[in-house]
Design a protein around this ligand. Sequence first.
Ligand code: PRF
Length: 373
Amino acid sequence: MTETFQFKLLATDGAARRGEVSMPRGTVRTPAFMPVGTVGTVKAMYLDQVRDLGADIILGNTYHLMLRPGAERVARLGGLHELIRWPWPILTDSGGFQVMSLSGLRKLDEKGVTFKSHVDGALHHMSPERSIEIQGLLDSDIQMQLDECVALPASPDEIERAMELSLRWAERCKTAFGDQPGKAMFGIVQGGDVARLRERSAQALAGLDLKGYAIGGLAVGEPQAVMLDMIATTVPHLPADRPRYLMGVGTPDDILKSVARGIDMFDCVMPTRSGRHGLAFTRRGRINLRNARHAEDMRPLDEESSCPAARDYSRAYLHHLVRANESLGGMLLTWNNLSYYQDLMAGIRKAIEEGRFADFAAETQETWARGDL
Ligand code: PRF
């Protein structure tokens, strides 16, 4: 832990990096997976469990928390960490992406976004400055600039307009954030699937000398190969001494391939959301517990897992819980999935330290491919 926000590179293996992002509330070991705690809860989990699985940081959402319970209210209650009882680092997304995907977006212009709340239908306005103000009221450790993410496919003109707007908003967010040595505001690279726009965005953001850089606008409808290409195009233009965060990604396979291209941080609803929908991630691949073939299968998900949910409960019982819509089903599968993701990240970190990341990735992928579920 440190008084100021710092990134330290501990080892590299090809383009893969092993590092530490330190701030007053704790140190994040990278490559890191950040469980998603959208409304101030990692759904179906106690935060003690999340911590015990090895999470150094979780994610919260400006959009949801500003609508309910409200940013000023969270501040009066002592801030997000105090309210949810998670004293370690929290990263908050700025709201732009969630406005697009969840609300009735009414207007987007230079000033910001106007949208209709999905909670009560009320109209709200969010400027880049207000997004940073809200993230400050939440007392977020890593704040994100307000950006515009366009879903793919989109025309190059539309992608360029949103990317340039996001760059202007990055400058305004940097000014609004000011000088806060213990915290960070990350810029977000946009540019869709157009290489020259990705380069322009990364270079311009690098010129702003921010404490970290995210890559946004990916995993929004394009094939994985395009996403990986855009990551490889972007990373060389970002400063090597700052953390790189790939937003909203992804599957275990996406994570391995993105680490290989120099990404340090990830977040995704996949382990939590798919757990609540009956899907288990395991060393040998994915298991859909809704499937009738598990009805009388007394084997656990993975007898070698570090997680009791994977070791101590039969597939038959998990199948029953999922079919009966019992909350314990979602709780056990979320626990299993977050455990799988955190163990994967620990394996990745160790492999990079030992200079055998490529072998680790190949072996991990072979074990999935072999199936043998
Ligand atoms: N911008 C922001 N949040 C995001 C994204 C983005 O482009 C994505 C895209 N995968 C996920 N979350 N602000």
